[in-house]
Design a protein around this ligand. Sequence first.
Ligand SMILES: *Cc1c(COP(=O)(O)O)cnc(C)c1O
Length: 230
Amino acid sequence: MKTSLTQRLASVHERIQNAALACGRAPETVRLVAISKFHPISAVREVYDAGQVDFGESYIQEALAKQDESTDLAIAWHFVGKLQKNKAKFAVGRFALIHAVDSLELATTLERRASEHIVQDILIQVNLAREPQKSGVMEEKLDALVEGILELHQVRLQGFMVMPPFSDDPETSRPFFRRLFETRERIGREFGINLPHLSMGMSGDLEVAVEEGATLVRVGTDIFGPRPVV
Ligand SMILES: *Cc1c(COP(=O)(O)O)cnc(C)c1O
């Protein structure tokens, strides 16, 4: 029998729970963000009906279209992809969390575009592996970016996000996850701020991410199956 989305979701929850318990963390300190990019709204509905609340998208048009198709559901939408500056106005106020802010220009644009009472929660994506094709701020520019963002009033920094280089071996991701955790501790200390979130871990390496302190894991394939080729 074909495995249902409900079963796949349950097995991802079980993996998170086992990884958390194995390292002495309370499983509820890790939130699962179901990454639904390229999957139809019908799949989102099925996973929502199975109890999933947080969903993430990587492309702004697709994300907004899915939001419009699911106004009857109490979904917390996350934006996990690269947000172009000229698309920031469409994103602000429409996502519980924007995971991949990597420049002060983008943060400032979000601030300028936010209507009066909106506070947009964000994470900074850090390009710890220094991959030229990947987004994320380089480590040596991180402190200045944090400093700049802390001066904004309608953009609230909640932590950091990382996407390690692609690998079949989850252990390859560990040093990047550990480095992100240490960075969060250091920045929190030096700036005297509380940064609750670390967004790290995907289908292939979520256990390692949980062991290294992830509070948000972003899982697509292991919930929805392989993404259709577009
Ligand atoms: C697509 C995507 C994911 C999900 O990856 P899977 O390997 O399918 O779990 C996670 N994070 C980001 C930023 C993505 O773009």
